[in-house]
Write a protein that binds this ligand. Structure first.
Ligand code: TEU
Ligand code: CA
Length: 526
């Protein structure tokens, strides 16, 4: 297997609870994923990022792990997991596991032990203080919880059922590296590292992200586990700038393959994401173009995931131009430099959920926010509006496979409601239509597989109307143009070049003084 295979592949993210339910209990599972591997093969992806399937009380849908070496019974067994790895391998698909090592569940054996007494041998696996400081939890409120028994507080940067591991303790490193090697030995394709930029934290200085010890830890982790094993490693790094991304992903630093950066995602979030403003396309375009400039490092390309609103609802137009805007963003993103990630359902243009009632909301982040905002006098209506816009459940409704009952996801009551638009938006109808969103993704994936200009070409942003994203990729004397009108209005476009051949999209007959239709997007060789 070629080194850096991950530069040429496209990764598909699966949120197991919501992908496919094989045993009809309303919750997606590993056998469900296995049953859809042929679908993913048809799409053409080379790796699956699997959101957590480990044993967990599911306070945060599996991001609270109680045993790193066991599979949640809701999802299946370790035999199912081995089968998934092998069945995927047969189809040349690698399984990238979610690695959640900033925290565990409060039901992890280490934490159960740690709580027993101050001198328990696992006490120092977690972060304890006599007094809380100002650190806040991402899921609202103080990041400190009092343990009644010892009268000390433990740190939890997420839910209070997700105590932070103490990375100042070298024993924690050993435990984690052993566990990572257990999974590597099973033949997995790599790790997606949950909030990895928090593990170098300096608690007493109230520094959480990008702490001083972070990069030393990652170099050590690389040496002790995946280094030299030809795996894809991607860090979830909310605080990364391009300079910081070079630290993580310059191959000579021996840390990670690439990172997820969030500058384009947070560009319309003032302080809290719940107060999100409307998206500015000119801003998004500048940010994405800036991130094309990494010198030695490698970037990932994504516009949504299980924590974010749906791509077409957030960035596109999910009513009048759903299909057009979904394709435009797919084209403009997948022809940039970096490894693209598709979030389940994105390839068929799934949309945000039309929440009408707080009882439809399952996500701990949204529910905690609601409690806090109600206390602060904010109305239920305003709270629900925030959830509709940026709540995580938008992306977590079941995958829409067919126009049958429950979108073909389950025949039981699904754990979270199916988006009512499944009768129209579903895989079955997408794969049968020549011009579908699915077919656009399929073509983009195969283009990347077969064209080095997409993988390695230089990137140059063109100056065009503010809502038109256009750039040129240059590779070995060949030049390719990508143009996308990311707006509901017609836009002017002109470039003094002839079209040599077409690549993808709604291709005009000339490039000189043309009018782009709303959301028109295309790529041509020039
Ligand atoms: O997300 C990190 C994280 O910071 C998010 O919770 C984020 O702040 C928010 O959702 C923005 O929309 C990771 C996982 O992706 C997420 O699902 C987990 O809940 C979280 O870590 C804790 O493990
Ligand atoms: Ca199930």
């Amino acid at each position: 297997m070629e080194k850096s295979w991950w530069k040429k592949t496209v990764v598909y993210q699966i949120y197991p609870r919501s992908f496919m339910d094989a045993n009809d209990d309303g919750v997606g599972d590993l056998q469900g994923i296995i049953s859809k591997l042929d679908y993913l093969k048809t799409l053409g992806i080379g790796a699956i990022w699997l959101s957590p399937v480990y044993q967990s009380p599911m306070d945060d849908n599996g991001y609270d792990i109680s045993d790193y070496r066991a599979i949640s019974s809701e999802f299946g067994t370790m035999e199912d997991m081995d089968e998934l790895i092998n069945q995927a391998k047969k189809r040349e698909i690698k399984i990238v596991m979610d690695l959640v090592v900033n925290h565990t569940s409060d039901e992890h054996q280490w934490f159960i032990e740690a709580k027993k007494s101050k001198d328990n041998k696992y006490r120092d696996y977690y972060v304890w203080r006599d007094e809380p400081n100002h650190l806040q939890s991402t899921f609202s409120g103080s990041a400190w919880e009092l343990d009644e028994k010892s009268k000390q507080y433990y740190l939890h940067l997420f839910s209070k059922r997700q105590p932070d591991l103490n990375w100042d303790n070298p024993k924690v490193h050993e435990e984690i590296y052993d566990m990572m090697n257990f999974w590597i030995d099973k033949g997995i394709g790599g790790f997606r590292m949950d909030v990895i930029d928090l593990i170098g934290k300096e608690v007493d200085k109230e520094i959480t992200g990008n702490g001083p010890k972070l990069h030393d830890y990652l170099k050590e982790m690389n040496r002790a586990t995946f280094g030299g094993r030809n795996l894809l490693t991607v860090g979830e790094t909310w605080g990364a700038t391009p300079e910081i991304a070079e630290l993580y992903s310059d191959p000579s630093h021996d840390e990670l393959s690439m990172v997820f950066q969030f500058e384009h995602i947070t560009s319309n979030w003032p302080n809290e994401k719940w107060d999100a403003e409307s998206i500015s396309i000119p801003k998004i375009k500048q940010i994405l173009a800036k991130w094309q400039g990494l010198k030695h490092g490698w970037n990932s390309l994504f516009l949504n995931n299980h924590d974010l609103p749906r791509l077409v609802s957030n960035f596109g137009n999910d009513s009048k131009y759903r299909i057009e805007s979904a394709k435009a963003f797919a084209i403009v993103l997948h022809l940039m430099k970096g490894t693209p990630y598709i979030y389940q359902g994105e390839e068929i243009g799934m949309t945000n959920f039309p929440f009408k009632d707080i009882n439809q909301v399952k996500d701990i982040e949204s529910l905690n926010m609601r409690k806090e905002r109600l206390k602060n006098g904010i109305s239920e209506e305003e709270i629900l509006n925030s959830i509709k816009k940026v709540g995580r459940d938008n992306a977590r409704t079941p995958m829409q496979w067919t126009n049958q009952n429950n979108a073909g996801f389950t025949s039981a009551e699904p754990w979270i409601a199916v988006n009512p638009n499944y009768t129209e938006i579903n895989v079955a109808s997408e794969i049968n239509h020549e011009n579908s969103i699915f077919k656009t993704y399929q073509k983009l994936i195969s283009l990347r597989k077969n064209n080095d200009w997409i993988v390695y070409g230089d990137f140059e942003l063109l100056s065009s109307a503010s809502n038109v994203f256009s750039y040129i990729r240059t590779y070995e004397n060949e030049r390719y143009l990508v143009v996308a009108n990311l707006s509901n209005e017609k836009e002017q476009f002109s470039l003094p070049y002839e079209i040599k051949s077409s690549v993808i999209g709604q291709i005009p007959s000339t490039l000189k003084n043309i009018v782009l239709a709303p959301w028109q997007a295309f790529s041509v060789q020039i």
